[in-house]
Design a protein around this ligand. Structure first.
Ligand code: F6R
Ligand code: MG
Ligand code: MG
Length: 376
């Protein structure tokens, strides 16, 4: 039996430099300081701090299991302290995801996002963590389907005898606050019928069907915890396990060789092309985007993120690679095509899916001007 270890990634927008664009250094420093202290005290085994655009991301390895109070408090306190620093520095939208009085126009999805996975450490356990900005949890439906259910993407589904059994997917209905588990390939068409509706259904967990080995976990579960209602674009995170009877790291990354469209971008109210980037380009600029995603790879070693002799975690910045240049180029080209349509659908989301809208005020203002067609 391998050692039980939990990977937690907890993220929050605590304030950004120059609009909703990037996490500046003083906020990283606070996260580094607090997590280092927690590591020295034994609360966590080790950690890596990074950002996805304006979201501060705390990646932690520990042995306290999922939903653990101490781990979550550590993250919450860190976000609070960082938000206070952001306030002092007059950074933009300081404490956006923590304090409702720091209003920035986003009333939905105010709260840190969490993806966690308690696993029994395998002899060698490669993990890939994804973090995206300016988009929603349903954005992971498409790559998760390709990785764990599409044999045209994942050769292992056909070639590796350990994967012939297929995978089980937990699908969350974020409108009705319900979940169902579907198994592929058996129920692939039923699953596709749901997960194509990315604004409503989102894949939250994936298991290998033969032995229920947990393979992936995303932050969508948070949606079901908040008052049973849809909470909008929450800049999701996801953890996926790779290799040896699971999709290879390369199969997990292959869906990102092309850009695809996600909900979010400017004011959380537009379709935008997802752009895979390395950490140095993890910042949202043009039209507050395009929505970006980073992928970090690492190995587990005795309950920790495998580290060098100085204790520095060994982290692979997987999208910092020319293999994803084509996707970045497509994102810019397809994004600029959409932008030429301005506020016309399908560039803009449908009225129900927009993060915020003036439609109510416009209709109120024009109320008397609308007359029945037979009187005009
Ligand atoms: C999207 C996002 C940004 C803001 C936009 C307007 O999730 O955070 O696109 O919606 O920059 O921000 P405010 O209303 O703060 O000026
Ligand atoms: Mg923001
Ligand atoms: Mg964000």
């Amino acid at each position: 039996m391998g050692k039980k270890v939990t990977i937690s990634i907890i993220k929050c927008d605590v304030g950004s430099l120059a609009g909703h664009h990037v996490v500046p250094k003083p906020l990283f420093d606070i996260a580094e300081k607090n997590l280092k202290k927690a590591m020295n005290e034994g609360t966590i085994n080790n950690f890596f701090v990074f950002n996805a655009g304006d979201d501060l991301e705390l990646l932690m390895a520990h042995e306290s299991g999922e939903q653990n109070k101490d781990i979550h408090k550590l993250a919450w306190d860190t976000f609070k302290e960082a938000a206070n620093k952001a306030l002092q520095l007059k950074l933009y939208a300081a404490g956006q995801d923590l304090l409702k009085d720091a209003f920035s126009g986003n009333v939905r999805g105010m709260g840190p996002g969490v993806a966690e996975m308690e696993i029994e450490e395998r002899a060698s356990d490669p993990i890939v963590v994804f973090a995206a900005d300016k988009t929603s949890a349903g954005s992971f439906n498409y790559p998760l389907f390709m990785i764990f259910a599409d044999p045209m993407n994942t050769a292992g589904l056909v070639i590796d005898p350990n994967m012939l059994c297929g995978f089980k997917f937990e699908i969350i209905d974020t409108l009705e606050d319900k979940s169902a588990v579907l198994q592929c390939p058996r129920e692939m068409y039923e699953m596709l019928a749901l997960i194509g509706t990315v604004g409503r259904y989102a894949i939250s967990r994936v298991w290998r069907a033969s032995d229920d080995l947990i393979c992936a976990s995303s932050s969508v579960s948070k949606l079901s915890l908040i008052a049973g209602k849809y909470v909008g674009k929450d800049d999701p995170v996801m953890i996926a396990r790779a290799q040896h009877g699971l999709p290879a790291v390369g199969e997990i990354l292959a869906p990102f060789m092309h850009s695809y469209f996600v909900q979010g971008w400017m004011r959380g109210s537009h379709w935008g092309p997802l752009m895979p980037v390395g950490l140095r380009a993890s910042k949202c600029t043009a039209f507050d985007g395009p929505p970006r995603i980073v992928a970090l790879g690492f190995q587990l070693a005795n309950g920790k993120i495998s580290s060098d002799d100085e204790g520095k975690p060994l982290i692979a910045d997987l999208f910092d690679d020319p293999a994803f240049s084509m996707a970045r180029h497509e994102a810019i080209q397809n994004g600029s095509t959409l932008r030429r349509m301005g506020e016309f659908e399908p560039a803009r989301l449908s009225a129900e899916e927009m993060e915020y809208t003036t439609i109510k005020q416009v209709l109120q203002k024009l109320k008397k001007r609308f007359v029945p067609l037979d009187q005009s």
